[in-house]
Design a protein around this ligand. Structure first.
Ligand SMILES: [Zn+2]
Ligand SMILES: [Zn+2]
Length: 174
């Protein structure tokens, strides 16, 4: 695994990217595709941009609506191929719980992600915590199970949707 050099490392969450950050993510994506000799087509770029700009993770049909708004005649299989490509390149993540997609804030790094998914507004934050994936790997190896990928989705309420939320004090739930 590569050394984690994320500018957000140590913080508990990554904020939604600003337009400058969106631009930088798209540039990174372009470079990565070039290095890997993959074609970063106009459609792939557009889909990634839409996902980066979204306030909460987007579903394939939402993306389709945006593309149709662009005047593109994109069919669902086209969208799914673009999404598969972006996932394979590590540029986006898929949330299995609601079948939506969100941009990865640090596509250059090999990482396992944990997602905090607000059940009320849908806002989702990617956080990095190696502890969970290490522990999963350790337990899995006792069953001689080879872990290929770990994705953890945590359902809850974001700060905006749970005003006055105070985490239970240590031992409070013990
Ligand atoms: Zn990520
Ligand atoms: Zn919320």
């Amino acid at each position: 695994m590569s050394v984690h050099q994320c500018p957000h490392a140590g913080k508990t969450s990554c904020m939604r990217p600003t337009s400058l950050q969106v631009e930088s993510l798209i540039n990174q994506a372009e470079q990565l595709c070039e290095q890997r000799q993959q074609r970063f087509t106009a459609l792939r770029r557009r889909v990634l941009t839409l996902i980066c700009q979204a306030e909460s993770p987007m579903g394939a049909y939402q993306l389709l609506e945006f593309l149709q708004g662009d005047g593109r005649s994109a069919a669902p299989p086209t969208i799914y191929r673009a999404l598969d490509f972006l996932m394979a390149q590590g540029l986006i993540h898929r949330l299995a719980s609601n079948n939506t997609y969100l941009a990865c804030a640090h596509p250059q790094q090999d990482h396992e992600a944990v997602f905090l998914v607000c059940q009320h507004c849908g806002q989702t934050q990617e956080i990095h915590t190696d502890g969970i994936t290490h522990s999963v790997q350790e337990k899995a190896s006792r069953y001689k199970f080879k872990v290929l990928h770990t994705s953890v989705e945590v359902a809850g309420l974001c700060a905006k949707c749970s005003p006055g939320f105070n985490p239970p004090s240590a031992g409070g739930l013990a």
